[in-house]
Design a protein. Structure first.
Length: 205
């Protein structure tokens, strides 16, 4: 197994770490929506830039896969991991863009909880992506992300119950439901990243 780790393979570690940092940066931008006085168009524009940066990293990973005869992990696992990282940022980008385009208005406190959970899992993900070269002590990472995703599921259900409780106008329910679902997609994608890392760690152990 040690023979697979050649010098050129470090490109994958660097690229995946870059993708992880981009996920964390995107979540930090998303967290700006928690500020009632936030400049939402500026947040959406910053997120769009990060989404483009994430796409660029994903494309570089795929190009590296296409030209590399030797990879540090199974090709399908690298592909899956890169795609999951991309999905996280895509969901956050869609959420922030919709908040602006649909003029969503004030976000419920439970939605702010969703955002904070995304930010928490994203920070854990960025740290883990930077440690793929050794695969040491990563189990707490995927356990934590799984816990965060479970909590996010509960928050999402509570939020939907609140939205359909009769205190919101129908159009506002539709707008907020869309944002809530996209934030749920982001936490799901973060869990998919964790599952991909767990699969790699198990195979390489």
């Amino acid at each position: 197994m040690v023979g697979r780790f050649t010098p050129r393979d470090t490109a994958f570690y660097d690229l995946l770490a870059e993708g992880g940092r981009n996920v964390a940066a995107s979540a930090d931008v998303l967290a700006g929506l928690c500020d009632p006085g936030a400049d939402r168009p500026a947040i959406a524009a910053a997120m769009r830039d990060l989404e483009h940066a994430g796409d660029a990293v994903t494309h570089r990973i795929l190009r590296q896969l296409n030209k590399s005869f030797v990879t540090p992990f199974d090709r399908e696992d690298i592909y899956r991991l890169a795609g999951a990282l991309d999905d996280v940022v895509d969901a956050m980008d869609e959420a922030t863009d919709f908040v602006v385009l649909a003029d969503v208005g004030e976000l419920p406190s439970l939605m702010l909880d969703q955002i904070r959970l995304v930010q928490q899992a994203a920070a854990q993900t960025a740290d883990a992506m930077g440690r793929l070269a050794t695969l040491q002590d990563l189990e707490p990472y995927w356990i934590k992300v799984n816990e965060v995703e479970n909590e996010a599921d509960q928050v999402h259900r509570q939020l939907l119950s609140q939205l359909f409780g009769g205190s919101y106008k129908p159009m506002q329910v539709l707008k907020l439901r869309q944002v809530a679902d996209l934030l749920e997609e982001a936490t799901d994608a973060l869990e998919h990243v964790a599952h991909a890392v767990e699969t790699i760690a198990v195979k390489e152990s």
